[in-house]
Design a binder for this molecule. Structure first.
Ligand code: ADP
Ligand code: ASP
Ligand code: MG
Length: 477
């Protein structure tokens, strides 16, 4: 849609009535100029609260479930009162508070079901945790209406059609485009702002799904692509994409521009500022993306573009801590290492286990791969059942799992033409006495992934950031 701006507000940008008022100001200003569609996260920490409540429900801990439900209700009732508590707004206050009560009751019904069953079926979890976004979306939409900005809360499940991988679903783009044409385009044409819940979707058959933690960024990019938006702005709590996680590195710098490829690598390798799959839907259509700070409107933010005139060397260092390294080694050279790798990867793919890094080396063709910690049981189950006979007959050594590791990644389009860079990075890490366990560099030379011992990861990030001079000078795009 011509000139359409899609804006996504993250958890902290929706974290209180005050933050929602600022979001509404931004929406009102932009909506006066062009069509605007909005995607919202749940209020900060609400998704954690919902997940924890379901976990406690599974354990039969009714007290905690009840107390969490009270917290959930109070937090949203308080925001509702602050946003719409005046006499003049009473009509919108009543509508919003009724919606809040009934959404909390919906969550309570699912939590009660989990309490009774003593288990958390993945599809019920997805249905329940999307309620965080549905709550924030109704609050913002009614507040916008009260402010005179026509708006409508939309459940992402009604517009984003996904596969049935609960907890980490992928969009089916043609069906999503069709739903967007039916449900969102008429609203936009009538100058009404759709306030769509991030994070969730539904299968063709209508079963609720979610897109993985942090998935509201992905929802926004799916909708921007489906609606042929002119731009996507992602509002968060830092000035843009930075040379490192500012919580780890004091002097991390905001990057003025990064490429889609760089941003995708950064996100994939742990930069929480973007969900790993955010960029994929946008690349084909070349939709420009901005990462902006709703706490600092004066900061220009980071622009994500298709190409930089002069690619710079290293742009950023990222890290990931909740990971585990799984190592496999044939006991002798009778087995084809390549075939073993193929079978292991095939088994992992079939069970939807994402392999973050894969390396292999040596005459014996031992190999190892990095997965998220939460995926370790599924990964082991997948490879062990596929290679049952080889393990039982001792052709394959017992599979090893090392959970005491972290991933550090160095990212930049221009690294290709920078000789000596890998040496500088490895020297910086070893000077800190941090053990390097495995290394992976793709032929694109866009990223070097380095698996290090977990306890040394943070200091390795700081050392590499300094050695690559990322924080010492202003990084111009
Ligand atoms: P939101 O709720 O808006 O989606 P997130 O908490 O998911 O926000 O992502 C923003 C956070 O990402 C920042 O507060 C910052 O701590 C973290 N972060 C990690 N790596 C980076 C990076 N390279 N650049 C910017 N922020 C980063
Ligand atoms: N609320 C979801 C989460 O916390 C999605 C998001 O905020 O992007 O994971
Ligand atoms: Mg996020």
């Amino acid at each position: 849609m011509k000139q359409l701006l899609v804006m996504k507000f993250g958890g902290t940008s929706m974290g209180s009535a005050e933050r929602m008022q600022i979001a509404a100001n931004i929406i009102a200003t932009e909506q006066a100029r062009r069509p605007v569609a909005v995607v919202v996260s749940a209020m900060a920490k609400v998704t954690d609260l919902l997940l924890e409540t379901l976990r406690r429900a599974e354990l039969g801990d009714r007290q905690v479930v009840d107390s969490n439900l009270r917290t959930l209700l109070e937090r949203h009732v308080e925001a509702c009162d602050e946003l719409l508590g005046t006499e003049a707004a009473s009509k919108y206050h009543d509508l919003a508070s009724q919606a809040v009560q009934s959404l909390v009751a919906e969550f309570q019904r699912i939590a009660n079901g989990v309490l009774m069953l003593g288990e958390r079926p993945p599809r019920s979890v997805d249905e329940a945790i999307a309620i965080g976004e549905r709550l924030s979306s109704v609050l913002l939409a009614y507040y916008l209406e009260w402010r005179g900005v026509p708006a409508r809360s939309i459940n992402g499940a009604d517009v984003i059609v996904t596969d049935a991988v609960f907890g980490n679903a992928s969009p089916i783009m043609d069906l999503t485009e069709q739903r967007c044409r039916e449900k969102l385009v008429p609203l936009l044409a009538a100058k009404t702002v759709p306030v769509v819940t991030g994070f969730n979707g539904a299968t063709r058959a209508g079963q609720p799904t979610t897109l993985g933690r942090g998935g509201s960024d992905f929802s926004a990019s799916i909708l921007a692509a489906a609606l042929d938006a002119a731009e996507l702005w992602i509002w968060t709590d830092v000035d843009g994409i930075m040379s490192a996680d500012p919580r780890l590195v004091d002097n991390a710098l905001v990057l003025n521009e990064v490429t889609y490829a760089e941003a995708a690598e950064l996100a994939y390798n742990g930069a929480k500022v973007l969900h790993p799959r955010t960029l994929a839907p946008l690349v084909d259509k070349q939709i420009p993306v901005w990462s902006k700070n709703s706490f600092n409107l004066a900061a220009p933010g980071t622009k994500i573009v298709s190409k930089l005139d002069q690619p710079k060397g290293v742009r950023a260092v990222t890290s990931m801590s909740n990971v585990a390294l799984i190592s496999m080694e044939p006991a002798n050279s009778v087995l084809s290492g390549t075939r073993l790798m193929a079978r292991a990867l095939d088994a992992l793919a079939l069970d939807n286990v994402e392999v973050l890094v894969f390396t292999s080396s040596s005459y014996r063709q031992s190999f190892c791969f990095l997965v998220r910690k939460q995926d370790v049981p599924a990964a082991l189950e997948a490879v062990e059942s596929n290679l049952q006979l080889e393990l039982a007959h001792g052709y394959l050594k017992p599979i090893e799992v090392d959970e005491n590791v972290g991933l550090l990644a160095v990212v930049g389009e221009g690294m290709r033409g920078t000789p000596g860079l890998a040496g500088r990075v490895f020297t910086a890490i070893s000077k800190e006495d941090v053990n390097i366990i495995a290394i992976a560099q793709g032929s694109s030379e866009l990223t070097i992934g380095i698996i290090v011992s977990r306890q040394g990861m943070e200091k390795a990030v700081r050392a590499v950031h300094t050695a690559c001079e990322l924080g010492m000078k202003k990084v111009h795009a």
